[in-house]
Write a protein that binds this ligand. Sequence first.
Ligand SMILES: Cc1cc2nc3c(=O)[nH]c(=O)nc-3n(C[C@H](O)[C@H](O)[C@H](O)COP(=O)(O)O)c2cc1C
Length: 189
Amino acid sequence: MVERPLRILGIPGSLRRQSYNRGLLLAAQELAPPGVTIELYELHELPLYNQDLEEAGPPAPVQHFKRAIAEADALLIATPEYNWSVPGPLKNAIDWASRPPATSPLRRKPVAIMGATTGLFGTVRGQLALRQVFLSTESYVLPKPDVLVRDAASLFRDGRLVDEPTRQMIRQLLEALVAWTLRFRDDGR
Ligand SMILES: Cc1cc2nc3c(=O)[nH]c(=O)nc-3n(C[C@H](O)[C@H](O)[C@H](O)COP(=O)(O)O)c2cc1C
């Protein structure tokens, strides 16, 4: 139980309606410890990053996204890897939120990452690439535990994550993210 409610913004790195990664976040909502809420943020509305748009005043969906990040205590990202790296929509969203760097809501923001793939390697390459991006934004990415979900199709029934070992991994990630976030919450952000 945390003393003050803790707000986590869950971001799926996939736009797909039946996304397994969104499924991981829905499971995280079910498994959140008392005092922790997880709200999902979809990336569909964000335009492609364009510095001309930024300089003209960021479009409303961008402003909304940045505000949602700023108001959250932490981010929880669940993403596939595309071609061994970060899916375009997610990278695009991070690029928007990273601007301008001095006031970016990503600075010093605690972040946890998990990922599901229908393939064999559990998004390990994509997660490493994402960690590199968050070095640039000065975000505080939780180092462990890894949640690397392979062969995702076999772990879901009717869109719900039913595999108990995977649910347990998510529970452990959430516990670690809560402890990690509380370390940083009062550091003067
Ligand atoms: C463009 C594209 C590239 C992909 N590249 C990879 C990859 O590099 N590694 C991998 O394990 N799976 C890859 N996949 C398969 C995805 O892991 C799989 O489609 C997964 O279900 C997508 O996540 P989602 O269910 O959250 O949409 C790729 C899929 C697409 C559409």
